[in-house]
Design a protein around this ligand. Structure first.
Ligand code: PMP
Length: 389
């Protein structure tokens, strides 16, 4: 007999895996108003503080005045408004690709792109720590799916060899994030590029947590490591360091033409609001200004400050490579307890549990922003040191 909804919820609760929504009654900023309490926010992906940036707000307001609030239809009907086109031109320019395409969310980007490119008898090979949207895209495409342990080049190569021997005619796609969303570390990109090139496979790189933060003008990790020209499908989100919402793919003109014709989450969904596109365009332009560079420098300084106060987190091969810092505690109960304890002290640091991470790898996920002050970071570190004793 099917499990009842009540018993399913009870099971989640018993395993410390039940999630509940929390209402935030303030903008995204270092201080959040949560259930009537002010908490210092170390949980947001708004790494540069752009979600509340005046130039972005003004761009959105102006677009509302000019174009209204809704796009009215899907992009292929009559929903492609000038702000969408300008944003895509700018993104292609920014990432130095022939073309770009914007989706309503990063999730829709991943699912739509993999689904458009990959079919039954093709092969998708993913890093085990890839985001759910990439995994769902691979599964929904109907292609054969192979997963390699995080950054494990030998296993990646053996999957490519398997695909070559068993499906010599197939399209083969390797998928990885550049900065991993729950661990904050980097993909071993030059090596992955070298292997996929030897096997004639394509590479899809999700730069969700790198764009805006890493690389010249925040172009991402592939740019920083000098391999952007070798990445066929450069995906990212507009929802994290860029401060708005939506996702994008940058690549060749023919890739984008195929996505326009085949990506179901693009075709069968109303175009994003024009204000979103206008704000995202302002965000990309902000990246290229001295103010953008300054914001990245402040973020780097804040990260160095955190690392100097928490050296025990960065021993051996554990390096601070992004604005995401996992503090792995093991059980869900321990992670929740620690998050609650921090909330009592005035800090919002979320507990991340299964299925977002492995069952025995529940953690606190600290994110640092350019808007935090060194004093706020020191105050958090004092609590974290107490917790890790
Ligand atoms: N890819 C990665 C690596 C992510 O972390 C996320 C967001 N959690 C997404 C894609 C989805 O992006 P969005 O939130 O814009 O849908």
């Amino acid at each position: 007999m099917a499990q009842s909804i009540d018993s399913e919820l009870a099971e989640l609760r018993a395993n410390a895996l039940l999630r509940q929504l929390r209402e935030v009654d303030s903008p995204q900023q270092p201080t959040l108003e949560l259930a009537g309490r002010k908490l210092l926010n170390f949980s947001s992906n708004d790494y540069l503080g752009l979600a509340t940036e005046p130039v972005l707000r003004n761009a959105a307001k102006q677009a509302i005045d000019e174009y209204g609030v809704g796009a009215g239809a899907s992009r292929l009907i009559c929903g492609t408004l000038s702000p969408h086109m300008r944003l895509e031109e700018r993104l292609a320019d920014f990432k130095r690709t022939e073309a770009a395409l914007v989706f309503s969310s990063g999730y829709a980007t991943a699912v739509g792109t993999i689904g458009a490119l990959m079919h039954k008898d093709d092969v998708v090979i993913l890093d085990k720590l890839c985001h759910a949207s990439l995994i769902d895209g691979a599964r929904m495409s109907g292609a054969h799916v192979r997963v390699y342990p995080h950054n494990h080049l030998g296993k990646l190569e053996s999957h490519l060899q398997w695909a070559h021997e068993n499906y010599p005619e197939a399209r083969v796609l390797v998928v990885t994030e550049s900065v991993f969303s729950m661990d904050g570390d980097w993909a071993v990109l030059p090596e992955i590029v070298d292997i996929k090139r030897r096997y004639g496979a394509m590479l899809m790189l999700d730069e969700a947590h790198a764009v805006g933060v890493i690389g010249l003008n925040g172009r991402g990790l592939a740019d920083q490591l000098g391999v952007a020209g070798e990445v066929e499908i450069q995906m990212g989100t507009l929802s994290k360091a860029l401060g708005v919402s939506g996702g994008y793919v940058c690549g060749s003109r023919r890739l984008i033409d195929l996505l326009i014709n085949r990506a179901r989450s693009f075709i069968f969904s109303t175009a994003p609001p024009p204000a979103m596109a206008a704000a995202a365009l302002a965000a990309v332009e902000f990246m290229l200004t001295p103010a953008g560079e300054n914001r990245r420098q402040v973020l780097r300084r804040n990260l160095a400050h955190f690392a100097s106060e928490m050296p025990m987190l960065f021993t051996g091969d554990k390096k601070l490579q992004s604005a995401i810092i996992p503090i792995i505690l093991g059980s869900s109960e321990k992670a929740i307890e620690s998050s609650q304890m921090l909330a009592e002290k005035g800090f919002f640091v979320p507990a991340i549990r299964y299925p977002t991470v492995a069952r025995d790898a529940a953690r606190l996920r600290v994110t640092i922003s350019a808007k935090h002050t060194p004093k706020q970071i020191s105050a958090l570190c004092e609590q974290l040191r107490g917790l890790l004793k």
